[in-house]
Write a protein that binds this ligand. Structure first.
Ligand code: GDP
Ligand code: IMO
Ligand code: MG
Length: 413
């Protein structure tokens, strides 16, 4: 029987989703992105070669795999083209492997300008967005005035729909935010030009996925961001503008909820966050600094330093529930090598985390590929996380490379 698996970030993003999706793509026929946009930065490392994917699914490097961008994604045509060009230059046949839903929402230059203007206007209350226009693009979608990928098919329709949108956003940019407006003609011409290259990739993702399902093929659904950035369940308003949780895999792709078999939650062995907002287990001491240094914790999209802290089992218990997470992939275990003790937040008292302290390990776990190769204390740490979250650990990641991985359960049976 084919297996359809959702892969989600369970924290505030950057858990290592890209690496795991790339690894598991060896076993599937298709990989689907269903929400977010080029705010995502998913890193793949293969034999010292590093690739950062933003919109294109992390399965794209594999032959005989079809990659889909679903209706739930906000698609910047220019960002997509840039990414396609980079990959094609490396010899990856993107045009052959990638297809895009007619119903995906277009992210336009107005959205980027608005995102930046809003952040500036918020001053010290800024959300710390990636500045890619994600929020304003989803606003247009929900307001039912947005453009969709299918609008690229006909120049007249595109102009008719874009003109009032341009007028509306330019009014806001100029009169409310006091920043420069964007020429309709330039936005339109650019869109037409880029659109020509995207048009041949458009498809009805719903029917393509049905065909794969009828052919008994495995499909991976690749989440972007993380559960705590979910617009409904995250640390609102310091969140992204999409649902990042498991339900979005269905609504954002058109693959019915009962067709999924497994939800794999990706979590770091500790916690990080980029941008503003609450982070109760954040460390401002030498331990946090050590995590940031050893984990090379800088945003893959914006290069901003990531805030670091201990693992929050209380938050993760809730995330397991919201997403019906079946099993865990714990990444960046190697970053905790050499800590004398490691802490897990197991409760909150008046909003203050209470920690359980476990003995650390001095041995290197970097690149270890068998569970028996891990120091006993590292094994105990993983076992304790599994016990607290009441789900199994399926995969442990011990380095950025595809191969630096311990597989405990074969998710495809
Ligand atoms: P994503 O957004 O969830 O795909 O994660 P990012 O790619 O933004 O961030 C994860 C970072 O950690 C990347 O630089 C990865 O190459 C790196 N990484 C992933 N897994 C491991 C691991 O197990 N150990 C170490 N040291 N680095 C890892
Ligand atoms: P991946 O898929 C980490 C954060 C931003 C900001 C908030 C809102 O690589 O894990 P947005 O631009 O989405 O409106 O910003 O969400 N954010 C991410 N943080 N990883 C990501 O993606 C993120 N995408 C958005 O830093 O706090
Ligand atoms: Mg990332």
């Amino acid at each position: 029987m084919a297996r359809n698996i959702i892969i989600l970030g369970a924290q505030w993003g950057d858990e290592g989703k890209g690496k795991i999706v790339d690894l598991l793509t060896q076993k599937v026929s298709a990989v689907v992105r269903f929400q977010g946009g080029h705010n995502a930065g998913h890193t793949l490392v293969i034999d010292d070669d590093k690739i950062i994917l933003r919109l294109i699914p992390s399965g794209i490097l594999h032959d005989n795999v079809r990659c889909f961008i679903g209706n739930g994604v906000v698609l910047s045509p220019s960002a997509l083209l840039e990414e396609m060009d980079e990959l094609e230059a490396r010899g990856v046949p993107v045009k052959k492997r990638l297809r895009i839903s007619y119903a995906s929402s277009l992210l336009l230059p107005y959205h980027v300008a608005l995102d930046k203007a809003r952040e500036l206007a918020r001053g010290s209350d800024a959300i710390g967005t990636t500045g890619r226009g994600i929020g304003p693009a989803y606003e247009d979608k929900v307001a039912r005035r947005g453009l969709r990928a299918s609008d690229l098919l006909d120049a007249n329709t595109l102009a008719e729909k874009l003109e009032p949108l341009a007028e509306y956003h330019n009014f806001m940019l100029q009169n409310y935010y006091g920043v420069e407006s964007l020429s309709f003609k330039k936005v339109f011409d650019d869109l037409m030009q880029v659109g020509e290259k995207i048009k041949p990739l458009l498809t009805d993702v719903v029917m393509d996925l049905k065909q794969l399902q009828d052919d008994n093929k495995n499909i991976l659904f690749e989440g972007a961001q993380g559960a705590l950035l979910d617009i409904d369940h995250g640390t609102y308003p310091f969140v992204t503008s999409s649902n990042t949780t498991a339900g979005a895999a269905s609504t954002g792709s058109g693959f019915g909820p009962l067709y999924f078999d497994y939800v794999l939650g990706i979590i770091k062995a500790y916690t990080t966050r980029v941008g503003s907002g609450p982070f109760p287990t954040e460390l401002h001491d030498a331990f946090g600094k050590r995590m940031a240094e050893r984990g090379n914790e800088f945003g893959s999209v914006t290069k901003r330093p990531r805030r670091c802290g201990w693992f929050d089992a209380v938050a993760m218990q809730r995330v397991v529930q919201i997403n019906s997470i079946s099993g865990l992939c714990i990444t960046k275990l190697d970053v905790l090598d050499g800590f004398e003790t490691v802490k897990i937040c197991v409760a909150y008292e008046n909003g203050v985390p209470t920690y359980e302290e476990l003995p650390g390990w001095s041995e290197s776990t970097y690149g270890v590929k068998e569970i028996s190769g891990l120091p006993v204390n590292a094994q105990n740490y993983l076992a304790r996380l599994s016990e607290l979250l009441e789900i199994p650990v399926d995969i442990v990641s011990t380095g950025p490379d595809r191969n630096e991985t311990i597989i405990l359960n074969d998710l495809f049976g």
